[in-house]
Design a protein around this ligand. Structure first.
Ligand code: DO4
Ligand code: MG
Length: 309
């Protein structure tokens, strides 16, 4: 490990590595960026090529408000030395003062599930219409205080009887609307409350522990390939109670168009997170229970894991 080298050797090798990286970029060759940003109890940490760089006192809000986050981080880590491994137990949700918003009914599977749950309330038609409408469904989802990081606990409402996780690709967006990264989101939902009346949506969606984000942010403005899979696994007492997956090719809306709609007459000085909707819905007989472990994996980003309190 580089850390074990003598100080001078270390400085030399780091500056050689930095020069090599700059030379690589100057040749104009395309190199897939694999930069990830984590927020930990020790501060923000950047991962690139299995090396971890502690950003010291740089706050997450400073980073997420930047229009040039991918370029800024790539350049910045060339000026500092790697700092060892990422402390897994201390990973926090990668959020500061940003609002978390969410899109709904963006997958055919979600449309069908909502129509079914709301049919007795006469709400089925709304979901069908919003699925094919030009304007997407966008709703306020969470703030930092209601959001768990990977390893933290999510909650089910005490007055709900049918609760599910919703695993969603989540966009990290700058104040001016540039997608600067991707993370994994869990849009915890109370389906009985949502299905009773569409006007109850905020209560079904926004409560303490109703959201999880993480483990970190894949810092890139490049769209993820359509073949990218979102995988969900729910473990109960050591057994897999439910598992499912969906490919991003099933996402009906273009992420950029979701961002464009959210920014209409709305400003986000700290940037924002935008969940892109769920395409994985457990069967109607399934409801979450205390102690369940929810694992959501999106390969290029990582795995978001939370226990239900
Ligand atoms: O309108 C209901 C919420 C839809 C949602 O959260 C989703 O499709 O992911
Ligand atoms: Mg959702």
């Amino acid at each position: 490990m580089v850390r074990l080298k003598e100080q001078t050797e270390y400085a030399d090798s780091t500056s050689q590595m930095a020069s090599a990286r700059i030379a690589y970029r100057m040749k104009g060759e395309h190199r897939e960026q694999k930069v990830k940003l984590y927020r930990t109890a020790d501060g923000c940490v950047v991962e690139e090529d299995n090396e971890f760089y502690l950003l010291g006192g740089i706050p997450i809000d400073f980073l997420l408000a930047r229009e040039d986050l991918p370029e800024y981080l790539s350049e910045f880590i060339q000026t500092i030395t790697p700092s060892g491994d990422l402390p897994k137990t201390e990973i926090l949700a990668p959020i500061g003062h940003q609002e978390v918003w969410a899109a709904g009914v963006t997958y055919f599977r979600s449309r069908g599930a909502r129509m079914e749950e709301a049919k007795d309330a006469g709400g089925g038609d709304f979901y069908d219409r919003v699925y094919s409408a030009e304007r997407p469904e966008l709703f306020f989802k969470s703030t930092a205080s209601r959001t768990a990081g990977s390893g933290g606990k999510v909650r089910i409402r005490a007055d709900a009887s049918w609760s599910v996780p919703e695993p969603e690709l989540t966009l990290v967006v700058s104040p001016k609307g540039r997608i600067t990264g991707y993370t994994i989101g869990n849009d915890m939902s109370s389906r009985d409350i949502e299905g009773e009346n569409p006007l109850y949506l905020p209560q079904a969606k926004v409560y303490n522990g109703s959201c999880a984000l993480g483990p970190g942010i894949l810092v890139s403005e490049n769209p993820l390939p359509h073949s990218t899979e979102i995988q969900l696994e729910i473990d109960r007492q050591g057994r897999v109670e439910f598992s499912g997956s969906v490919a991003l090719s099933e996402l009906k809306r273009d992420p950029k168009s979701l961002v464009e709609y959210l920014l209409r007459d709305n400003s986000f000085p700290s940037g924002f997170f935008l969940m892109t909707g769920t395409g994985i819905v457990p069967p109607s007989s399934f409801t979450l229970a205390s102690g369940d472990r929810i694992r959501i994996t999106i390969e290029p980003i990582g795995t978001l894991e939370n226990e239900v309190a």
